[in-house]
Design a protein around this ligand. Structure first.
Ligand SMILES: Nc1nc2c(ncn2[C@@H]2O[C@H](COP(=O)(O)OP(=O)(O)OP(=O)(O)O)[C@@H](O)[C@H]2O)c(=O)[nH]1
Ligand SMILES: [Mg+2]
Ligand SMILES: [Zn+2]
Length: 438
């Protein structure tokens, strides 16, 4: 059966025509794969209420037999429908997922390692860096499901109280283990909580150097997990919160030096100073990585010794707290390089810095480097700061805070763009200096 898809949401407006549907679509909610003709539509008529999986308040899902001339399905009561849904979990899927290959990237790390701050600063900056530097559009594919992330971006970067010291916990809150960020689906007796994906369309624009823009376009699927989800026993069939790991084409593992006892004594303020008040917790962060490795092996059916083949980026977070441990702080500018009219990732600069960071970790927490090596083959270490500026202690409350106008993220887009350049150089090119031979 041919499926008609005429009208486009903002993400794909005018970008791709004629339509080429993928042979297989992956649901970003339940990670099931299905063919495009199995996709359901969500009815519009208000009488068509009740879905067996999503409850009596949800609009019915149906397999259409009638379409408008524009290619939208018509529901049994004659209303034109706009939204599609997964045939397995019935949750909504943006249309662009029918024709854009997904790119799953997992962000993992201990509680309070800085994942939510990092994700927020990264997506905010990708909206500018990707189009301006790399001629790749970066847009919300599903504004509804990206809403909580958009709210975090506004809180950090469009905050009306620019000059006031705002407590860090008030800008972005700890990620909850259940609630608004999850969708509940009831399969008979079994209730399953899926983490809500954040979906971004990455599409080459005019001037992009890649060959076929349709082939290079990707739907980036990201999730903001709570750190506890990565602890042993916290992923179950009723709460498959980290199953995206099995689909991941790259992993960004956040390591927070301020949570490591040996590092902490070296951080700004030292053990007795501000840092220890802030990061009251200490954790063995390599256990998070070991647990993730076990889950990936289990879900992908790999042997115990098999190593992850895709890129693993070890993201050392909160660089503003420990930048003085490095001889140079990496420079203000980001590692992109232009060659003629091609802009690419400066691989050499990133790799040089990765070696320095690895040596620092070897010195202070060698067991982390050992865990990283036994898990993955393709490893790069990148240091970032989501805030950039020095965090202040509010004299009234004693809590750490920052003035929004002082927030200047450093290198926050580098982990993702470097990973994408490894798996998809046609979308984000890599520039490697040629060594001249005499
Ligand atoms: N100095 C500094 N502190 C940061 C930075 N990013 C995050 N933090 C601090 O770390 C705390 C935790 O950050 P989150 O992003 O909420 O951590 P998380 O990994 O999402 O934590 P969970 O949601 O509990 O898993 C924040 O409240 C900030 O105080 C940074 O770049 N620099
Ligand atoms: Mg969080
Ligand atoms: Zn699904």
């Amino acid at each position: 059966m041919a499926i008609a898809l005429g009208h486009y949401d903002q993400v794909a407006a005018g970008a791709i025509s004629p339509l080429k549907l993928l042979p297989q679509v992956t649901c970003p909610h339940c990670w099931e794969r299905f063919s495009p003709e199995q996709v359901l539509w969500i009815s519009e008529h208000l009488d068509l209420l009740g879905d067996p999986f999503l409850g009596p308040e949800s609009q019915q899902r149906f397999l259409p037999s009638r379409y408008t001339l524009e290619g939208d399905a018509v529901d049994p009561k004659g209303m034109t429908c706009r939204t599609m849904a997964c045939p397995r979990c019935h949750l909504p899927i943006p249309r662009a997922m029918m024709e854009m290959e997904p790119l799953f990237v997992s962000i993992l790390g201990a509680p309070a390692s800085g994942k939510s701050y990092f994700l927020t600063a990264m997506t905010w900056q990708l909206r500018r860096t990707l189009p301006i530097q790399f001629k790749v559009g970066f847009t919300d594919a599903d504004p509804a499901s990206n809403r909580s992330l958009n709210d975090c971006e506004e809180s950090l970067f469009l905050n009306p109280d620019q000059a006031e010291v705002i407590p860090l916990g008030g800008l972005i809150r700890k990620t909850e283990l259940q609630g608004e960020l999850y969708d509940t689906v009831t399969y008979g007796q079994q209730t399953v909580n899926y983490p809500r994906p954040f979906l971004f369309a990455m599409q080459p624009q005019d001037g992009h150097p890649g060959g076929d823009p349709e082939k290079a376009a990707r739907m980036l699927c990201l999730y903001d997990n709570a750190g506890e989800h990565f602890q042993p026993g916290q992923d179950s069939s009723s709460s498959p919160v980290t199953r995206h790991l099995a689909r991941s084409q790259a992993i960004l593992f956040l390591f927070d030096p301020t949570q490591d006892l040996r590092f902490r004594t070296l951080c700004r303020g030292g053990d007795a100073g501000e840092t220890s008040q802030r990061a009251a917790r200490l954790s063995r962060q390599e256990t998070i990585l070991n647990e993730a490795a076990a889950r990936i092996r289990r879900h992908a059916g790999l042997s115990q010794n098999a190593r992850f083949e895709s890129p693993l980026i070890v993201v050392l977070s909160k660089l503003d707290e420990w930048a003085h441990l490095l001889d140079d702080d990496g420079g203000e500018d980001e590692p992109w390089r232009a060659q003629g009219n091609l802009t690419g990732v400066d691989v050499e600069r990133i790799e040089r810095r990765s070696a320095v960071l690895r040596a620092l970790l070897m010195q202070h927490c060698p067991e982390l480097v050992a865990a990283v090596q036994s898990f993955a083959k393709d490893v790069t270490y990148i240091a970032v700061s989501s805030l950039g500026a020095r965090v202040e202690i509010d004299p009234q409350t004693g809590l750490p805070g920052i003035r929004p106008r002082d927030i200047r993220p450093r290198w926050v887009t580098v982990p993702l763009l470097f990973a994408v350049s490894r798996v998809l150089p046609a979308l984000v090119p890599r520039l490697i200096r040629r060594v001249k031979t005499a």
